[in-house]
Design a protein around this ligand. Structure first.
Ligand code: FE2
Ligand code: FE2
Length: 268
């Protein structure tokens, strides 16, 4: 299985120069095997630039799964649809169009989606809004709403609990591969629900935003030790995992936790 990180806060590989890769605050990943794009980053500029750099046509994805409604994950939707010449199936939580707010250094800011259901349909999108796990392909699920019963959620500066936060779960012979956008549901909940939904007996890999930014050192340690206890073979903390979060993961799981950056291609 092959996954490319298309949008990330970081650039961590030398080929960023040759390929003219760009970074921005946000996340997007592409799962080649199932032609699933998961999230779109903040602006669309970075998504489209990095897709072209990696040789992925805007028309290639069959599915777009949106991790949650925040603009740093949904902001590239309009640019993507405008660059395509064929329909796209868009799968998101039914809370996608609810208003969303956060506090940054400048005060309160609106961070919800910048499009309507009518706009999506007018651009050739088939919109599937879900709350329960949704089977996208054989062995692949959009999680639907993730119960918060195994650990705390990670909402930080956000004004609500982000019930729309959804992971992408892939059941592989090696175990569960969980891809997460911002990780608002909390690492324990994302992983445990993934094991439940897929029936996998172990965690193989977790890739994406784990939302360690803004958490206390103790909570980051607790979450990292939880992950270590699941004995995954690969942990790629991207986006809102943050620099100190990635460093913590690498110190607890040397050789397993890897740095992420826009343009990183992961072979599983
Ligand atoms: Fe978010
Ligand atoms: Fe985010």
């Amino acid at each position: 299985m092959k996954v490319a990180i298309l949008v990330d806060n970081y650039l961590t590989q030398l080929s960023s120069i040759r390929l003219r890769l760009l970074g921005e605050w946000g996340f997007a990943a592409y799962v080649y095997d199932y032609k699933i794009l998961y999230d779109t980053g903040l602006t669309g500029t970075v998504l489209l630039n990095n897709m072209r750099a990696l040789g992925i046509s805007p028309d290639e994805p069959d599915y777009l799964v949106l991790s949650h409604r925040h603009i740093d994950h949904t902001g590239g939707v309009k640019a993507l649809l405008s660059a395509r010449s064929r329909p796209l199936t868009v799968i998101a939580h039914e809370n996608l169009f609810a208003k969303a707010y956060a506090k940054d250094e400048g005060g309160e800011v609106e961070i919800g989606v910048d499009f309507t259901p009518e706009y999506l349909r007018s651009k050739g999108a088939e919109l599937i809004l879900i709350k329960e796990p949704y089977k996208v392909a054989e062995g692949v699920w959009a999680s639907g709403e993730i119960p918060r019963r195994w650990g705390p959620s990670h909402t930080g500066a956000v004004s609500d609990l982000v019930p729309d936060d959804m992971a992408l779960y892939i059941k592989r012979p090696e175990g569960l591969v969980a891809i997460t956008g911002c990780g608002h549901s909390g690492v324990e909940n994302i992983v445990e629900y993934g094991l439940q939904v897929t029936g996998a007996d172990r965690l193989y890999a977790i890739i994406g935003g784990l939302h360690f930014m803004g958490l206390s050192e103790e909570r980051v340690k607790e979450a990292a030790l939880y992950l270590k206890g699941k004995s995954p073979r690969l942990v790629v903390g991207a986006h809102c995992t943050g620099v100190s979060g990635m460093a913590a993961l690498q110190s607890f799981m040397p050789g397993v936790a890897k740095p992420s950056g826009a343009g990183t291609v992961i072979e599983i």
